[in-house]
Design a binder for this molecule. Structure first.
Ligand SMILES: [Zn+2]
Length: 104
């Protein structure tokens, strides 16, 4: 599977931590459900599922990466830009002094 090389490995737990810190009042924007919002990841220790979409701009293209949640009540899918989450996780881990923040 081709993963864009500039993506950091985000776990289900990282994504969940991000959501509780940055989106404490998270609810489905369509049906307003606050429960039954499914975070997509293999497991809390496993990778969060990354949805990539090619975006064509002028003469070029890039892969837009998103981590996502599905509302199990109405089916609405909520996308979060992967780079925003990765940046947050990276600076959080550095702040927490977790060693392996290996900036190339
Ligand atoms: Zn919904």
């Amino acid at each position: 599977m081709d993963m864009p090389s500039d993506h950091l490995a985000i776990t289900g737990q990282d994504f969940s931590d991000y959501l509780s810190k940055r989106c404490p009042g998270l609810k489905c924007p369509m049906c307003q459900a606050t429960e039954n919002l499914m975070l997509h990841a293999d497991s809390s220790d496993g990778p969060a599922h990354l949805l990539t979409t090619p975006v064509h701009v002028g003469g070029g293209a890039f892969q837009l990466g998103n981590y996502f949640i599905t509302c199990l009540d109405c089916g609405h899918v909520i996308l979060f830009n992967a780079h925003r989450i990765e940046g947050w996780v990276r600076s959080n881990k550095e702040a927490a002094g977790e060693g392996d923040a290996n900036d190339e």
